[in-house]
Design a protein around this ligand. Structure first.
Ligand code: FAD
Length: 322
């Protein structure tokens, strides 16, 4: 029997999410000689987006174009994903460990009666077996898992699997399918874009994060300026969100977003364990804090002991001039 790998595609605005491309890269690594990668798109996709899925490795693109799928709701997406998996019967199912992935994957896995390996940060191969690595204990330890029976179902943490270069010669015909939506308990009346507009915080390569040390909303305007100069996104501690310095959509940590950027600059953040859980796997961490004993320095690659209101403007000026 030929191996089939299903990748659930996700978009951010008009672009495919990076994690979709990372999942396709992972699928290519797992694909056996006669294997086939199927990308599943829910909602309307443009020809460019379909071509991009092919360039990054999809051998087939399935589109469920029901208008109701243009906006994510748990019920509709669960219904459709479940039906497609039943129909296509893939051996491996991959999706991003995103807001949608975290919501959908456990529901669909439970409906299918199969296991789920969530929040995968690395995929390796040992003696022909696929070994998944995932963080446990808020990122303090890593667990290795393999599937010994049945389908493999995994969600992949954004920014961890290096994307391969696209093969621009690849194309694929899209197959349009109609699916049944059995129940939907939610009507979306309006979508309000929050402060994370622009670069998706979970996928940003550079994150400038602020804590209570930023003192107020003005402090976050400073961070936005630094993020703009560096081409990054702004994040925050829960302390800053609770104090209404910024929107909760920026919160990073155990009960917020998990980020793994190339560069994380923590400004006026103490480094509480719940915050660290969301950013400790960043490739490089720079901490700016006026308290040299702040716990954030114990996980930082570089530390600047100083006042954020002096250091951050100096950084903005320095980066502007390069
Ligand atoms: P503080 O701990 O008050 O630290 C402020 C820092 O700013 C201090 O280190 C101070 O030295 C420094 N500072 C002050 N002024 C300046 C200045 N001018 N220049 C430089 N430095 C300055 N927190 C999260 O972040 N994310 C979560 O997801 C999260 N989930 C939680 C879940 C639970 C169940 C619980 C109980 C807590 C959670 N928290 C979370 C809260 C967490 O425990 C901390 O309270 C929070 O992270 C503290 O935010 P902070 O570092 O901004 O504030």
């Amino acid at each position: 029997m030929n191996q089939k790998i299903l990748v659930l595609s996700e978009k951010h605005g008009s672009k495919l999410k990076n994690v979709t491309i990372e999942a396709l890269t992972a699928a290519k690594q797992m694909k056996k000689q006669a294997g086939r990668i199927v990308a599943l798109c829910l909602g309307t996709y443009t020809e460019d987006q379909i071509k991009q899925l092919a360039e990054y490795g999809a051998d087939q693109v399935i589109i469920a174009e029901d208008e109701s799928l243009n906006v994510f709701t748990t019920d509709t997406y669960t219904d459709v994903l479940y039906q497609v998996i039943k129909e296509e019967n893939p051996d491996i199912i991959l999706m991003g460990h995103t807001g949608e992935g975290k919501d959908l994957a456990p529901r669909v896995a439970a409906r299918l009666g199969i296991g789920l390996i969530s929040d995968v940060t690395a995929i390796n191969f040992e003696n022909g077996e696929i070994i998944f690595t995932r963080p446990i204990y808020s990122g303090k330890a890593f667990q290795k898992k393999k599937v010994i029976e049945g389908k493999t179902f995994a969600t992949i943490r954004p920014n961890n699997i290096p994307m391969e270069e696209p093969d621009l010669t690849r194309t694929v015909d899209a197959t349009y399918i109609s699916t049944k939506i059995y129940h939907n308990r939610i009507n979306v009346n309006e979508i309000v874009q929050k402060a994370t507009e622009g670069i998706d915080l979970s996928e940003a390569k550079i994150v400038i994060s602020g804590g209570r040390g930023m003192k107020g909303q003005e402090g976050f305007i400073l961070l936005k300026e630094l993020a703009t100069v560096l081409g990054g996104a702004v994040g925050a501690s829960r302390g800053a969100c609770d104090a209404d310095y910024c929107d909760y959509s920026l919160q990073i940590g155990q009960t917020g977003k998990i980020v793994t950027p190339d560069l994380y600059i923590a400004c006026g953040i103490s480094g509480a364990i719940q915050h660290v859980a969301g950013m400790s796997n960043s490739k490089m961490i720079i901490a700016i804090n006026k308290d040299s004993e702040a716990p954030i320095f114990s996980i930082a690659d570089y530390g600047i002991v100083g006042d954020v209101f002096e250091v951050v403007p100096a950084l903005i000026e320095a980066f502007r001039s390069v």
